[in-house]
Design a binder for this molecule. Structure first.
Ligand code: L14
Length: 349
């Protein structure tokens, strides 16, 4: 099929928190779309979504809907991806999948364009979009690795509820109102909808994101550990993570400790490197109380870095604070950016 009339894009999970941002991002980037198919579960099908002034009806996602699709952006949960991504590929589409279903498959590229865009050439139909917390961290770490070397990373996250979807956003809002009004509430979604217990998120901090694994880490923490090594192509990198949910709607924050290989690097050198690195905005001016915060990064595609300090005991150790919109660079924007790379590299013509 000639693409002179534009690319046929499908968004699967079009009515979700991420799907909605995918549609808005395709719009604002002016992605060269010939046709946009919006797909969802039967529950959300029939809804009308506006795209560039056009009304598009959301349809039930079935294998046949991928006929003629060039690029399919998936964000409807792992089980939907496992079932339908291979069907889309069978029909000639390239899938950019924003779930954990295929990320660690050896034959699936796991892509953050600022870090490993070239790996897109090795795709077999499915390309994985990494976990939100992992993406913003590796954007900040990659320029450091390149210039100074990197051997150890310890991260603690302060994650927003929107990563867990629209139901979690509603739960935070409703709970906050209930607590301020002194009325009763029953936690039902967080920390993990399918887990046994649910806890208050409003005015609280929950040190569990996704399910616990046998090694005592949660799955979110293991995603950060394994995906970082894969994206940076550094199986030997030492990585540890603690992931915590906060009562913030959108914008993940991270306290990152890392150790470089080179001795004698100053915090100023680290700052000037990050200031000029792709996808990063440096906000680091303690004298004027300038540092990144989630409330300021909502709606922006960049990764914001600040609070860069040299460790007081380890000459090769540094600390930084990394914030980004988890629905954009963490999900929708990274996926659309991958789609843009597919065009730029001539992989989709
Ligand atoms: O792995 O609950 O892409 O905030 C990241 C966000 C899983 C859910 C992923 C959350 C998701 C997670």
């Amino acid at each position: 099929m000639s693409k002179t009339n534009g690319i046929h894009v499908a968004v699967v999970g079009a009515t979700g928190a991420v799907g909605e941002q995918m549609i808005r991002t395709l719009e604002s980037r002016d992605f060269p779309i010939g046709k946009l198919s919006l797909l969802s579960s039967p529950r959300s099908a029939g809804k009308i979504v506006n795209f560039k002034g056009q009304e598009i009806e959301v349809e039930v996602a079935t294998p046949e809907k991928f006929e003629g699709v060039d690029i399919a952006l998936f964000s409807a949960g792992g089980s939907v991806s496992k079932e339908l991504a291979p069907e889309a590929v069978k029909r000639g589409a390239i899938v950019v999948d924003n779930t954990s279903a295929f990320r660690m498959d050896e034959s699936v590229p796991l892509i953050v364009p600022e870090v490993n865009e070239d790996v897109l050439h090795t795709h077999n139909g499915i390309i994985a979009n990494p976990n939100c917390s992992t993406i913003q961290m590796v954007v900040a770490l990659e320029p450091i690795r390149k210039l100074f070397g990197l051997n150890k990373v310890i991260v603690s996250t302060y994650q927003a509820v929107s990563g867990a979807g629209v139901a979690a956003i509603n739960e935070l809002n409703e709970q906050s109102k209930a607590i301020l009004n002194g009325s009763e509430f029953t936690p039902e979604i967080l920390p993990v909808k399918g887990d046994e217990k649910h806890y208050q998120i409003a005015f609280n901090a929950i040190p569990q994101i996704d399910k616990f694994q046998d090694n005592g880490f949660t799955f979110e923490e293991m995603k950060m550990i394994n995906e970082t090594k894969k994206i940076m192509s550094m199986p030997e990198l030492q990585v540890a993570a603690t992931c915590v949910r906060l009562p913030v709607v959108t914008g993940h924050s991270e306290s990152v400790y890392f150790e470089v290989n080179d001795a004698g690097i100053s915090a100023e050198q680290m700052k000037s490197l990050l200031k000029d690195s792709p996808g990063i905005v440096l906000e680091d001016d303690p004298e004027n109380q300038i540092y990144p915060m989630p409330a300021n990064c909502v709606g922006k595609n960049d990764v914001f870095v600040g609070r860069i300090r040299k460790d007081l005991d380890n000459d090769k150790g540094f600390h930084m604070w990394v914030v980004s919109d988890n629905l954009l660079k963490g999900a929708a924007w990274n996926s659309v950016q991958i789609a843009e790379s597919l065009l730029k590299l001539g992989i989709v013509k």
